[in-house]
Structure formats: structure tokens, C-alpha cells
Design a protein around this ligand. Structure first.
Ligand code: 6PG
Length: 248
């Protein structure tokens, strides 16, 4: 847990860099799925800063998105645009290493199918095989959504989903979206939750609190089959875990 967002970004980026170096050493690649929203902006900016821009071996790093809002890349609500502005515009990464979720297909389902093909091709998947990201970054919505998987979509459907990528609708802003599915997320080697701000304190208490019984919460279904999960929280998001209410 970090005292504030700045410290948290430093811890997260240092950990991402170390994971990337180990992965590149072992397999000459680092496939990372980026989270959207506003929380990770500081992380991507630090990755593009003088302190890290030349440390990351970009030619071995492949960037994917965990989800995308179905809007043009020029739209300020676009997760691609957020990553472009904070990272892509500032680092020397081969264009072929950038695996964006297209939003100019016929419809979100077509976009999901294209993205799924990109995953199959990059990870050289055989039929029924899941991609195994070296790292997946996840934010957390105040309602417990993650990527663009929303609580009101039956988790059973997601768990059983044979799809790697699906079209959904929801969130804030309430938009058509394209998202990785739960089985793909659960197949990651490493997963980092990055949650900051007082608005997330209650959902963090529900998900991580010692007496949180609500098994229907989507984040409770994020259980890596064979991997390491990291929670990066700032004090504002975590403080209820230490309050007496959490132990009542
Ligand atoms: C999105 C995100 C979403 C996000 C959470 C937290 O496209 O909206 O992928 O899952 O991570 O909603 O968003 P904030 O970081 O803006 O709080």
C-alpha cells in the first residue's frame, strides 16, 4: 500500500519493469494487457518519463488493452487515446507491438472478433487454448466492475465463455465496450490491481475486507490458475480495511 498516488506509481512501474526484464530474459517477450480509465495515467506517464523510457526494452514489449470503449480513438473517452497521450507518443516502440482494440469495425462484436484473432495469432493459440499474458493490469470500478465486465452480466456466462474477447455495455460512461473475458484474465502469469482514491474505499472493503462475504462480487471471480496477483492501493482506497467496521 502506498501513501499516495505518486509513491504508488513508482512502486508499480518499478515492478512492471522488473517483470518485463525477467520475461524478456526468459522468453524474449513481455506481453502486457493495459487497463483503461483514469487511474493508470500516472503509471503510463512514468513509464514514458526520463527515468524509465530508456530502461524498458520496447522492441520486446507487446502492448494489449484489457478493454476499450467503443468510440473513435480521437475521443477523450478512448482507452487507446489515454495510453497514446501518456505513453505511446513518447516512447520508441515498434508499431507492430501495439495491439489496439479497433473501434472502427462494423460493430463491437466484430471488433471483439478481430481482437480475438489478434490474440490467437500473437500467442499462436490452438483451438480452445487461452492466451497467457505475462502481465495484466486491472482497475476496479466502484460497482466492482473490472475491465469492461460488469456485475450485472451473469458471471456464470463470463466464466463459461468460450470467447477470449466479448462485447459488453455499461460503465461510467455507459457505452458499448469490448473486453477480455474472465478466463483470459485468470490465465495470466501476473496480475496487478491498481486502485486509488477514497471513492474506491467501500468496494475495496467489500472485496478485500476480512469479513466480506459477498461472493457475487466480480473481483472475487478473478483467481489466477497459475500466477501471482498484486494489489496496489493508496491509503485513501485502503483505509477501511484497517477500520474497526471491517472487523465487526
Ligand atoms: C474502463 C476501465 C475500467 C476501469 C475502472 C476504474 O475502460 O473504464 O478499463 O475497468 O479500470 O472503471 O476506472 P478509473 O481508473 O477511472 O477509476
Amino acid at each position: 500500500m502506498a501513501q499516495n498516488d505518486k509513491n504508488l506509481c513508482g512502486e508499480v512501474v518499478e515492478r512492471i519493469w522488473k517483470l518485463s526484464e525477467r520475461s524478456i530474459k526468459e522468453s524474449k517477450r513481455f506481453a502486457i494487457s493495459l487497463s483503461g480509465g483514469t487511474t493508470p495515467k500516472g503509471i503510463y506517464s512514468l513509464m514514458a518519463s526520463e527515468s524509465y523510457r530508456h530502461k524498458f526494452q520496447w522492441k520486446f514489449i507487446h502492448l494489449f488493452w484489457g478493454d476499450e470503449r467503443y468510440v473513435p480513438f480521437s475521443d477523450e473517452k478512448s482507452n487507446y487515446r489515454m495510453v497514446y497521450d501518456s505513453l505511446l507518443a513518447k516512447v520508441d516502440i515498434p508499431k507492430s507491438n501495439i495491439h489496439a482494440i479497433s473501434t472502427d469495425a462494423e460493430d463491437p462484436s466484430s471488433s471483439a472478433a478481430f481482437y480475438e484473432q489478434d490474440l490467437i495469432s500473437y500467442f499462436k493459440l490452438s483451438r480452445g487454448e487461452l492466451p497467457r499474458f505475462d502481465l495484466i493490469l486491472l482497475g476496479l470500478g466502484i460497482d466492482g466492475h473490472l475491465a469492461s465486465l460488469f456485475p450485472q452480466i451473469t458471471t456464470a456466462a463470463e466464466k463459461m465463455s468460450s470467447q477470449l474477447v466479448m462485447a459488453t455495455l455499461g460503465g461510467e460512461p455507459n457505452l458499448p465496450r469490448v473486453t477480455l473475458t474472465l478466463p483470459v484474465i485468470n490465465n495470466a502469469k501476473n496480475l496487478m490491481w491498481i486502485v486509488t482514491g477514497a471513492s474506491k474505499a467501500e468496494i475495496i472493503r467489500k472485496v478485500l475486507g476480512s469479513n466480506s462475504k459477498n461472493k457475487n462480487l466480480l473481483p472475487k471471480h478473478v483467481l489466477l490458475k497459475d500466477g501471482q496477483t498484486f494489489w496496489f492501493l493508496d491509503w485513501d482506497a485502503a483505509y477501511l480495511l484497517f477500520s474497526s467496521a471491517n472487523h465487526s
